[in-house]
Design a protein. Structure first.
Length: 459
């Protein structure tokens, strides 16, 4: 289930600005009457699994496959038998249909699955139903989108949501699942839901915060299926496994499966990571739950960071705890926010380098802080270091937000022609990454308000 947590491209620093208001319409680059055409990413390159040793892959596979997000244990492996079909319940946008076709093609190519999209409205193993976000949230308030087994439509889900019919742990095989996605979100958010929810319909049902290169992680740093995820799914459907196998039976065959599928993993070093404590997960999720008061969320994020330090973690979990604290402290505890972002950036950069999607999420915030104090060169460094990773990760909303900051930094340096070109580029990506033109225009104004001498205008 994709949860509402800290959206990586959100830009919240304008609330901290103390600069005088300006009229954006007086700038040399006024907002266009018409936004440019939407940009979208082409076919993703074949992605390799990354840094994982096969011993670590086996550990992660078992934790992903035999436990739910709640911590409840799953006794036996379940999966679809034979060819797998996917269908939209009703016609969606052309972009949604294209993104679904691209995902199915990747699952065939990279995960080796016999999976195909069939005509809209036809019966299928996995059905994607779209409905208004307001209606979805009225029933499941804290989910951006989700997948459930056995039901055929929204009415079927609502009628059975209090029954055991929707309990994944009671399955003996998988025959049918339905993915529910809002129909009034950005193309990117709909695509992200397709990737995560279809992957969970097919295979593992758990999310693990320590996984740095996976959509099976509630940090939402990775939006589309990675090489790690494709290897997990390929292993999940290996002929050595079958429905009804226990964890110990799967564990006994898993080393040979991974040796065959990922020979490079035999020589990689182990990371030595242990499972996350339930106490830390609970504290972090308290921080991420939007219905909680902001003061409680900040306190929970601070405690999660402290617990990560006490556990001796120097990995993704500590960095994400600090990132969450930085985001939540924006506008309330500026010094805490900046310090947390800087520490998170240093950890991510040490672990994965500056050209990485994790550092890019933090770099957006640090670039915005730099812009507010007139350090445009520093802002440009953060942005330029991040752009390749964001493009590889196909995160259009983050790409648009970074390019908007770059345009403002260039304008501040008097490089107005370059700024106009970059800003126009940002708008094409924003059409894919944000839900409405109104949201895009608001984001432009918010970004412009970060520059010295500019305060967020009333819009």
């Amino acid at each position: 289930m994709r949860k509402f947590i800290l959206a990586g491209a959100a830009l919240l620093l304008a609330a901290c600005s103390t600069n005088p208001i300006i009229d954006i319409s007086t700038r040399s680059d006024p907002l266009p009457d018409r936004l440019p055409a939407m940009k979208s990413f082409g076919t993703a390159p074949y992605l390799v699994p990354g840094r994982k040793s096969n011993s670590d892959m086996a550990r992660d596979f078992l934790e992903l496959s035999f436990q739910l997000e709640s911590g409840k244990k799953i006794e036996t492996l379940t999966r679809f038998q034979g060819p797998i079909t996917i269908a939209l319940a009703k016609r969606g946008s052309n972009q949604l249909e294209d993104d679904l076709a691209e995902l199915a093609e990747r699952l065939r190519r990279e995960a080796g699955l016999d999976i195909h999209v069939v005509k809209t409205g036809q019966p299928a193993n996995i059905v994607i139903e779209t409905l208004p976000r307001k209606e979805l949230h009225a029933t499941v308030p804290h989910a951006a989108c989700f997948v459930v087994p056995r039901v055929t439509n929204w009415q079927d889900f609502r009628a059975n949501r209090q029954s055991g019919k929707l309990d994944w742990s009671t399955l003996t095989t998988r025959n049918r699942a339905t993915v529910f996605i809002p129909d009034d979100v950005s193309p990117q958010e709909a695509r992200d839901c397709l990737h995560e929810e279809i992957a969970q319909a097919l295979g593992p049902l758990n999310d693990i915060y320590r996984l740095e290169d996976s959509v099976f992680n509630d940090d939402n740093m990775n939006m589309v299926l990675t090489g790690f995820d494709m290897l997990i799914l390929r292993a999940y459907y290996a002929p050595e496994f079958k429905n009804g196998m226990t964890k110990s039976e799967v564990a006994s065959r898993l080393p040979d499966v991974l040796r065959r599928l990922n020979p490079a993993g035999e020589i990689a070093g182990t990371d030595g990571q242990k499972e996350s404590s339930r106490q830390w997960i609970d504290k972090l999720e308290e921080a991420l739950l939007s219905r909680n008061p902001r003061s409680r969320r900040i306190q929970s994020a601070r405690k999660a960071a402290e617990m990560a330090v006490q556990e001796g973690w120097k990995d993704n979990r500590l960095a994400f705890s600090l990132f969450a604290l930085g985001r939540l402290a924006l506008g309330q505890e500026p010094a805490t926010s900046i310090d947390s972002f800087q520490k998170a950036y240093e950890i991510y950069a040490y672990l994965y380098g500056k050209d990485d999607i994790h550092t890019a999420h933090v770099a957006l915030q640090l670039a915005a802080f730099a812009l507010t104090r007139g350090a445009e060169d520093e802002a440009l460094d953060y942005v330029n270091d991040s752009l390749p990773a964001v493009s590889r990760s196909q995160n259009a909303s983050l790409l648009a937000a970074l390019l908007m900051i770059k345009a403002e930094a260039l304008d501040y340096q008097g490089r107005h022609a370059e700024a106009a070109t970059v800003r126009l580029d940002s708008l094409g990506w924003a059409r894919y990454g944000f839900a409405t033109d109104t949201e895009i225009r608001a984001r432009l104004r918010e970004t412009a308000a970060l520059r010295p001498g500019v305060k967020k205008p009333r819009i």
